[in-house]
Design a protein around this ligand. Structure first.
Ligand SMILES: Nc1ncnc2c1ncn2[C@@H]1O[C@H](COP(=O)(O)OP(=O)(O)OP(=O)(O)O)[C@@H](O)[C@H]1O
Ligand SMILES: [Mg+2]
Length: 274
């Protein structure tokens, strides 16, 4: 449903973040990206809807064509939803209002958020039900737990009726039990709806349990691409270049995956599609 041709990214300052890569993604497939910090996971993930623009090569949607064309990109973005580590919710708004943001891409021009058509409201409520949060619809999201907020983030993604979900470290801020619950929910919904998911994770064990396919990145290139069963110790050390593989979500606090706030602030920010 989506593939790349010679796709490569070099950031300003000659930082080679992704070497030319040809790769495809299928409908309904749950793909996990693994790799050390700086390996290029976010870069690859973000090129898939051009939040990061390719320096060379291209991304092609089977349905809409080459994303280099503005019209194709707008259509593709409407059908590809993002889920973030820090939810990117509007904290003062209710869960339902946040989920309805997922519908905005379907309206041709900027308009005030409310009232959106009744159908949008019903769909958004349905999405909240699917993530088990119908009873929190009118609760402000800053009054929800981290796990609940991430479920609102997933509901907002679903409200877009996506064919692709891109999730960059969606459970990095959650405790292990909540992480498993959120990943189970995401995987089950993607399976039920035939949504392709590309999810970056720092936890090897979650990749093994949830992925249909694991892509390992090291030093800006893909060094592994297969089903979890093929992920042997030798492959793991290829991905992690001899560093001890991360097994738990505390990796970041252990300092291994640390990046500065300055690094983050240079990462291109979300553009809300039209
Ligand atoms: N906007 C940017 N400008 C310059 N360099 C960048 C930018 N974003 C990322 N990089 C660099 O590109 C490389 C790949 O970064 P990327 O964010 O894709 O890694 P990652 O695998 O997602 O890492 P992490 O696990 O820490 O999120 C790194 O060397 C990083 O410092
Ligand atoms: Mg990243």
């Amino acid at each position: 449903m989506l593939w790349t041709e010679g796709l490569g990214v070099t950031y300003p300052g000659a930082v080679l973040a992704l070497k030319p890569t040809a790769i495809g993604f299928d409908r309904g497939q749950f793909t996990v990206l693994l790799g050390l910090s700086g390996a290029g996971k976010s870069t690859l993930l973000r090129t898939l809807n051009h939040l990061v623009r390719p320096s060379v090569g291209r991304v092609v949607s089977a349905e809409f064509g080459d994303l280099a064309m503005g019209r194709n990109l707008r259509q593709h973005r409407r059908k590809s939803a993002m889920v973030f580590q820090h939810h990117q919710l509007i904290e003062r708004h209710s869960a339902l209002e946040n989920v309805m943001m997922g519908r905005l891409a379907y309206h041709s021009t900027w308009r005030s958020l409310f009232p959106l058509p009744r159908g949008d409201l019903e769909l958004s409520m349905h999405c909240l039900e699917r993530v088990g949060l119908a009873d929190k619809a009118l609760t402000r999201v800053d009054q929800l737990s981290g796990g609940q907020q991430q479920r609102v983030g997933i509901a907002r993604a679903l409200a877009q009726q996506p064919s692709l979900i891109l999730a960059d470290e969606p459970v990095a801020s959650l405790d292990p039990a909540t992480s498993e619950r959120v990943l189970t929910l995401l995987r089950d919904i993607c399976r039920e709806d035939g949504i392709a998911a590309v999810v970056s994770l720092h936890q090897l064990e979650y990749a093994r349990s949830f992925a249909d396919r694991i892509i390992g990145l090291a030093d800006a290139e893909i060094v592994f691409d297969a089903a979890p069963a093929a992920l042997t110790e030798a492959e793991i050390s290829r991905i992690y270049r001899g560093a001890s593989a991360p097994a738990n979500p505390d990796l970041r606090s252990a300092g291994m995956a640390e990046r500065t706030t300055a690094d983050r602030s240079t990462t291109p920010t979300l553009e809300i599609a039209q």
